[in-house]
Design a protein around this ligand. Structure first.
Ligand code: PLP
Length: 452
């Protein structure tokens, strides 16, 4: 009968060559921890079932190594997006351009002039970096970059509207996703929320009567992920701005997605652009860095200097400020727009611009390579709280498999994992959101999943 005393000690295990390899890969403390844990597990197994055979050294090390691998594996890694949803929030929204990644990498590796004015040799401000680009690109007087658009809304309302009345249409008190509700953010920032209009209709006169009672701000929030149809009415942004200004009250426009280009040219409906909001006279405009703009996660605040100065000085500005890596990346993405090369360089814009015909060629090549499936017409979506319910034509590879759920699970377990669409028990792969350099990995993953 085997006894616990026959089990090797941690000290003995540590002297073996296998342990030296594990220590080189995972470090001594963690390896020690894994070996101790493995021995503990074996001991309790032997106690409950004394007739069990003593595990070999090999299997002890294998068990320890598998713990070490599990403990040190990254939990966040790339996924192949074959869903055709361009801004998939669950898949990390916008993939970045090569120049953006390069800029982030360079600034991350070294020291930088983040807050160091190289011409005077004195302390500088991190605000200036992306600000100059945004001024040039949009003709804005001033700009500030913060952590995300939710933070931009919280900060702007706190700085300009605290304890004062802020007017907003009922139809804009939306929940954007991930629990971000416009009314909650307004309450959180300490403003007195003043709703005007009915759910489906708001008129200029509604704004007027609310403004007659004095207010600090008028806010407009983009409905983002939902659409109103039927008996609806809303003044144009320009009309609301003019009404607010006639009472000397500024207007904040939370655009959310904030495209800098016309999405209609790619077959979607027209998403309000930042430039249009500027032209309508909005005083402060908020938008995301990683939605239709296609940059890193950021919240961008542009507008009139008198308001931006107040926002920059508010204590919350420090709490939600953007870091150097974000500022470097966002600047690189904005530079693509400044050089009018976004459709070629910014992946989000590029993916929108792929013609259905070019995607058909790719889907057919996939079918050829797999020797399976059929190529069918379908739709790709914008996603990411922009252009709700909207899609553009694409071609999909349709696969019929015995167990679709099992097949999708196999795709998710692939290295790298693959996200696909399922509809009516059929699997669909959309080339629009798959990068050319991911194609061989995608096909290998699909081949493997087909075997399960
Ligand atoms: C998406 C969105 C936000 C939140 O933006 P994040 O960058 O995800 O924080 C805020 N407002 C509107 C209108 C949005 O669409």
């Amino acid at each position: 009968m085997t006894t616990l005393r026959d089990l090797p000690s941690v000290e003995r295990l540590l002297q073996s060559e296998r342990a030296a390899t594990l220590i080189a890969d995972f470090g001594r403390p963690l390896t020690l921890n894994a070996l101790r844990q493995t021995l503990d597990e074996i001991r309790s197994r032997l106690k409950s079932r004394p007739s069990t055979e003593l595990p070999s050294m090999d299997s002890i090390f294998a068990q320890a190594e598998s713990s070490l691998r599990a403990w040190t594996a990254a939990s966040l890694y790339p996924v192949i997006n074959a869903t055709g949803v361009i801004l998939h929030t669950n898949l990390g929204r916008a993939p970045l351009s090569a120049a953006t990644v390069r800029a982030m990498d360079e600034v991350a590796r070294a020291y930088s002039n983040l807050e160091f004015d190289l011409s005077s040799g004195k302390r500088g401000s991190r605000f200036v970096h992306a600000e100059r680009l945004l001024q040039k690109l949009l003709g804005a007087e001033a700009a500030l970059v913060v952590n995300n658009c939710a933070a931009a809304a919280l900060l702007t309302l706190s700085a300009l509207g605290k304890r004062k009345r802020v007017i907003i249409a009922r139809s804009q008190l939306v929940e954007i996703g991930g629990g971000f509700r416009v009314p909650d953010v307004m309450k959180q920032s300490g403003v007195k929320l003043t709703e005007v209009g009915a759910t489906n209709k708001v008129r200029l006169a509604d704004y007027q009567s609310a403004l007659e009672e004095s207010a600090a701000l008028v806010m407009r929030a983009h409905r983002s992920n939902f659409k109103m149809l039927g008996f609806v009415e809303e003044p144009t942004l320009k009309e609301i701005v003019d009404m607010a200004h006639s009472f000397g009250v500024p207007l904040i426009d939370d655009l959310g997605s904030g495209a800098l280009y016309d999405t209609a040219q790619y077959g979607f409906s027209h998403e309000p652009t930042v430039q249009e909001s500027m032209q309508a006279g909005a005083d402060v405009i908020l938008f995301s860095g990683d939605k239709l703009l296609g940059g890193p996660q950021a919240g961008i605040i542009v507008g009139k200097k008198i308001y931006l100065d107040k926002i920059k000085k508010h204590p919350l500005a420090r709490a939600v400020r953007a870091d150097k890596v974000c500022l470097a990346g966002l600047s690189a993405t904005l530079t693509h727009y400044l050089k009018d090369e976004a459709p070629r360089e910014v992946p989000v814009v590029k993916m929108m611009s792929h013609s259905a015909e070019s995607l058909k060629v790719r889907a057919e090549a996939w079918r050829e390579a797999l020797g399976q499936g059929v190529v069918v017409g379908g739709r790709s979506a914008a996603g990411g709280g922009s252009l709700p319910d909207e899609s553009i034509p694409t071609f999909l590879l349709e696969l019929r498999v015995k167990s679709p759920d099992k097949f999708l699970r196999a795709l998710r377990k692939n290295n790298p994992p693959i996200a696909a669409r399922i509809e009516d028990d059929k699997i669909f792969l959309d080339p629009r959101t798959v990068f050319l350099e991911q194609e061989s990995a995608l096909l290998a993953g699909v081949r493997n999943a087909l075997k399960t």
